[in-house]
Write a protein that binds this ligand. Structure first.
Ligand code: GRF
Length: 203
């Protein structure tokens, strides 16, 4: 199967997927990286790994529906079986999401359902939580709500800043995203009654 990775920025999660997929036994090929921002640093990083890239500038589209239609067309053209959102900073329309339901996953830098949305590390520190983390989930029309595939927890340490906590979380993102994509691609993570049932796995 072929996965498309959607980015908007630096692309460190994208790199973790590309690196994992370079192993001979990984079940998915990273077929294309698509950015909605022409200046996204991740584009050059993907190109350096010989991964084809496409830029689909949202500013060049009249509205969300037009952008999502163009995105869908590119994904079909690239024969994508799966879509991985990796720091893709655009909301997707329900119509688009429904077309990819069960085949599109996202990484979020918090332990969902806590801290949906932006600035998760700042908010976790402000609340004084002692455990924070990251979540890979299937994408559904409502943001950061879809069925959870995998999570990793990290401690919040005394003296943490959003940056230090974010770096600790990011290191775990890079572990669980490739592992979760593997489970999905192998059909070992299935949505039943709104939850994800997972077969046994090792990271
Ligand atoms: C990550 O923290 C990811 O969880 C969030 O956006 C950030 C993207 O970072 N959705 P990168 O572009 O993968 O380095």
């Amino acid at each position: 199967p072929r996965a498309a990775v959607l980015i908007s920025g630096r692309g460190s999660n994208m790199m973790s997927l590309i690196e994992a997929a370079s192993a001979p036994d990984y079940p998915v090929e990273i077929a294309v990286v698509i950015s909605n921002r022409p200046e996204a640093h991740g584009l050059a990083r993907a190109q350096a790994c010989n991964i084809p890239t496409r830029t689909l500038d949202h500013k060049a589209h009249a509205d969300r529906a037009a952008f999502d239609a163009a995105l869908h067309a590119v994904l079909e053209e690239e024969q994508a079986d799966f879509v991985c959102l990796a720091g893709f900073m655009r909301l997707l329309t329900a119509g688009f999401v429904e077309k990819w339901q069960g085949r599109m996953i996202n990484i979020h830098p918090a332990l969902l359902p806590s801290y949906k949305g932006l600035h998760t590390h700042e908010r976790a520190l402000a609340d004084g939580v002692k455990i924070h983390g990251a979540t890979v989930h299937f994408v559904t029309p409502e943001m950061d709500v879809g069925p959870i595939i995998m999570q990793a927890a990290v401690p919040v340490l005394e003296g943490d800043t959003p940056d230090s906590l974010g770096a600790r979380v990011l290191a775990q993102e890079h572990v669980i995203y490739p592992a979760a994509l593997r489970l999905v691609a192998e059909g070992r993570a299935r949505i039943t009654e709104g939850r994800v049932a997972i077969d046994e796995f090792e990271i």
